[in-house]
Design a protein around this ligand. Structure first.
Ligand code: ADP
Ligand code: ZN
Ligand code: ZN
Length: 742
């Protein structure tokens, strides 16, 4: 037996594992993740390495393979656990060990990324102008230049402004000393909060909150570690529950990780955690450079932090005594990585918790089918919050049938009912959110007169319109010609949805000329804090109406919003994806939950062409369990996850002909290894985006009820791909239970 050893795991150029032989006294003792000491390099210097895997064959000349010397002393260090986690990820999601390690271990950057600083003006405009006169009078030109620029724009990037204005560091420092300007580092969340010491004590919990906390804590005290699903309607006080659980775990000397989708990681959210835990909290975000991340991880190892809050990657925070992982909004698709290894943070968190002896708390108002199903099967324990805490009851929801609207002669994208309600809000000085549901929109074709949607006869997913005038199924490859009239009612109003947020803004400005309108989408949030700024402006009631995509449904509380309009609820319903119904239900429920979070009750209007679809009916009734039953029936019927397991094999390459042939060969191979016909093998099909910058894409699907069979098939396919030169020009990735059809 040989062991694969990785040497310096924090090195930037981490890309190689070395084979070592295992001395007889260590046979059967070594495990993946263990730290070992090996001779390395020309001088055979004793070097620390980690076991990443085992093999029976020598990769090169057996005589030249060196032997492991011994197990390193503290081999249960945090690195060992993370290496073991990486090995699990490689096994469960495919890809290489190096890719897995790079995901899990913070990499030291050779060149530290420079800290980005900004300069901002501390004076009022008036005082600033007075000061400017003084500088000019004294002929202090550099100071005047800097101040004038800041009077123009009170916050500017340090590097930019000093270079552009040719201002030296000493000038900046003197203005800083005069308290005219202040320097601020990028970590906006940290710096202003350092001083905060008045840690808020726990709130009075509602009975339901207390019950959830008690169950968790009774288990914890008895050393029982589990995965819990905190299933609570929006505004039921889940965050307070997480914080109490974390507080208790911390008191026992453990640390906690809190995953929050990046989009919900707003100032408001972060402040709540600071308010409770002060300086022990650290924030990770995706804008940080690798160097900054590395530094932060060093602080963690040094014991300076107990709570790490961040998106998916915060899961790998190297806490020495991890006691709890919280995943808020656990149903969010961003918890799935789109790079190899295509891991899901939920499953990976559960595995990390198993390795470390920690508990996992998943939270959502609209749990993923996977998690709810796991509760039904007894794998997870449900903790339920049915009532809103300290807030108004859930809003009233109306469904507007847009087909009727059209029959009645209203071709506008805003129904009569919604228009009337908007006017009433504007009169009362309350706020409105208009939400355009574009998520996962993939060019489906529907009839505006009767709501008919063109679907694949084999897969029950909608067909997508392609430029060549074809309708295509991205799941099985089925094609048919584009239609000019509705096959169901004969109406010529059949086609793709076209309206975007910009058009809606124009329309709203025309229809409600007095209203102040803000728009939030990809275009308006391109700048660094664009997203936060718009939310802030809306929160401070600088606008009456906020129009946006799914971005607006998360993060902030807007107590003055009493009306939410959901335009074209169907757009996400017929994306060519088996999760479309789930995603639609989640989005509608979350969007509806935005209304009435203050003192007045809220109302919600859902506009749709398919009011009879269960996702829309159940979202309107705010009935998650009803939705779950209907959706689960569909998944069982079609054999989609979580009823069955699904493995997508995504293949990309520059030569379409070769790719197609290779995909067919791979399918043949998969059929051959599945001797007992326990898997269903579908494709190869062209994904929705069939070509990206001249690289073609194909996808195969393997379906089956036994996860282990799919893993075994993945292993065999990986080997087959490695030894066959035909695949050399292609990139092949495996994706278990994909979040969407590619
Ligand atoms: P969720 O995370 O479930 O959406 P939050 O934890 O954000 O809910 O709570 C919603 C609002 O209710 C927040 O403003 C929070 O401060 C408040 N809240 C939570 N628990 C209580 C409680 N026990 N008593 C009063 N207010 C509460
Ligand atoms: Zn029709
Ligand atoms: Zn199909």
């Amino acid at each position: 037996m040989y062991a694969d050893i990785i040497i310096d795991i924090t090195h930037e150029k981490l890309d190689k594992v070395f084979q070592y032989s295992i001395p007889s006294e260590l046979e059967g003792v070594l495990q993946t993740g263990m730290g070992v000491v090996v001779p390395f390099g020309k001088g055979n210097k004793e070097t620390r390495g980690y076991v990443t895997g085992f093999s029976e064959k020598a990769e090169y000349d057996e005589a030249k393979i060196k032997s492991i010397l011994r197990i390193a002393e503290e081999s249960v260090a945090i690195e060992a656990k993370l290496v073991a986690l990486a090995a699990w990820m490689k096994e469960h999601y495919g890809g290489t060990m190096i890719q897995a390690l790079r995901t899990v271990i913070p990499i030291k950057k050779q060149e530290r990324a420079k800290e980005k600083r900004s300069i901002h003006l501390l004076l009022s405009e008036e005082d600033g102008k007075r000061q400017l006169d003084i500088f000019l009078h004294k002929n202090q030109k550099a100071r005047a230049r800097l101040l004038a620029a800041l009077l123009d724009q009170p916050r500017q990037e340090y590097d930019l402004v000093t270079k552009k204005l040719n201002v030296t560091r000493s000038v900046v420092r003197s203005l800083e000393e005069q308290k005219i300007i202040a320097l601020e580092s990028e970590q906006v969340f940290r710096s202003p909060l350092r001083k905060k010491t008045d840690l808020r004590e726990a709130a009075d919990y509602t009975r339901e909150q207390q019950h959830a906390i008690d169950i968790f804590w009774e288990d914890y005290e008895r050393d029982i570690r589990k995965t819990y699903l905190l299933y609570g309607v929006t505004g039921s006080g889940k965050t307070e529950v997480y914080m109490e659980m974390i507080g208790r775990v911390l008191k026992r000397g453990y640390q906690a990780i809190v995953l929050i989708p990046e989009i919900a990681l707003t100032y408001q959210t972060v402040m709540r955690f600071y308010g409770r835990f002060g300086d022990r909290v650290s924030i990770l975000n995706s804008r940080m450079s690798q160097g900054e991340r590395y530094d932060q991880m060093e602080l963690v190892k040094a014991g300076k932090t107990d709570v790490m809050i961040g998106p998916r990657s915060a899961l790998f925070t190297p806490f020495p005594r991890l006691g709890l992982i919280v995943i808020d909004e656990e149903h969010e698709t961003t918890y799935k990585s789109e790079q190899a290894p295509r891991f899901h943070a939920r499953e990976t968190a559960i595995e990390r918790a198993r390795i470390e002896g920690a508990s996992v708390v998943l939270g959502s108002a609209t749990p993923s089918l996977e998690s709810f199903y796991a509760c039904r099967c007894g794998r997870f324990q449900m903790l339920e919050l049915k009532k809103r805490a300290g807030m108004h009851e859930l809003p009233a929801v109306y469904v507007v049938d847009m087909r009727r609207e059209m029959q009645a002669g209203n071709r506008s994208i805003i129904s009569d009912r919604l228009r009337g309600l908007i006017e009433s809000r504007l009169d009362r000085g309350e706020q409105i959110m208009l939400f355009l549901n574009r998520r996962g929109y993939a060019g489906f074709v529907s009839c505006r007169a009767c709501g008919y949607v063109v679907k694949c006869p084999h897969c029950d997913v909608s067909l997508s319109a392609h430029r060549g005038g074809k309708l295509v199924c991205h799941y099985c490859g089925h094609e048919e010609p584009q239609v000019s009239h509705c096959p169901s009612c004969g109406s010529p109003y059949i086609g793709g949805f076209k309206a975007g947020t910009q058009q809606i803004e124009d329309l709203v400005r025309r229809q409600f000329p007095g209203a102040r309108v803000l728009r939030m989408d990809m275009d308006t949030t391109r700048t660094k804090d664009g997203h936060e700024k718009i939310l802030e402006a809306f929160a401070s009631e600088e606008a009456d109406i906020l129009i946006g995509t799914q971005m607006i449904v998360k993060g902030h509380d807007f107590p003055n919003v009493t009306l939410v309009g959901i335009l074209a609820a169907d757009m996400s319903l017929y994306s060519n994806d088996y999760r479309a119904g789930e995603r639609t239900f989640q989005l509608l429920t979350q969007a509806a939950g935005r209304a009435g979070r203050g003192k007045s009750a809220g109302e919600v209007v859902i506009q749709t062409y398919s009011p009879e679809h269960y996702s829309i009916e159940m979202a309107a009734a705010q009935d998650y369990e009803g939705f779950y039953e209907a959706e689960m029936n569909y998944r069982k019927l079609m054999g989609y996850p979580p009823a069955e397991e699904l493995l997508a094999v995504l293949m990309t390459g520059p030569d379409e002909g070769l790719l197609e042939t290779a995909a067919r060969y791979l399918k043949e191979f998969a059929l051959r290894i599945d001797r007992n016909r326990r898997l269903q093998i579908i494709g190869p099909a062209s994904p929705y985006v069939a070509k990206v910058s001249d690289v073609y894409r194909r996808v195969l699907y393997l379906k089956g009820s036994d996860y282990r069979l799919l893993i075994a098939a993945k292993d065999r396919m990986e080997q087959y791909i490695e030894i066959n030169k035909g695949f050399d020009t292609m990139r092949i990735q495996f994706d278990f239970n994909p979040m969407n059809v590619f």
